[in-house]
Design a protein. Sequence first.
Length: 213
Amino acid sequence: ICCSDLRLASFSGFTLGAGHAYVSQKELLLTEVAYGITDFWDVQAGSSLLILAAPEAAFGVLGTKFATPVAPLWRIGAGTQALFASDIILAAVFGTVTFGTEDKHLSINAGTTFIGHADFVEPADGGIVIISGNYRLGARTALIMENWVFVGEGFTPTGDDVWIVPTAGVRLFGPNFATDLGLVPIIVADSGVPVIPIPWVGFTYNFAMPYAK
């Protein structure tokens, strides 16, 4: 795999492939590593450089995904992701459907959520739907999106039944590196500032083990 066909690996039916991996830096918030154990199974882990300045604010993510093609343009998958923040755990178990090719695809993910602590986790009163996509424009450019929909009264940060966090941007890539430049408009209804635009910047380095296909 090279950056010309980088996928939104966590939230699509595409996988990295056995022996392929990447290291990604998203803003200053998350440093993440993902690795393809087989052609159908990926694992990922990440943490934040900010904990070096504030070790008590422990933060990290763990995830795994299984996915496979079921038709020439269709893929399905399932996986789980967990967010650790201090002593709180927020986890999701999700299923994925992807339509399209590596260059042009649309994915819908739906999952149920769990919340708790290291010694006790229970189902949360809500779920998450993620709609993501990639549209390649040329040899080194693609349009990308990743839209999060939080569903459930008491589960969303605003207390509403539905809270949407859309993200759209452009991906600039070369043989091994990619840069994502985007915008995240945080929508907060019934507030003095209903839309708060947040710039999004991410860098990814792709590599493969010697035994990779």
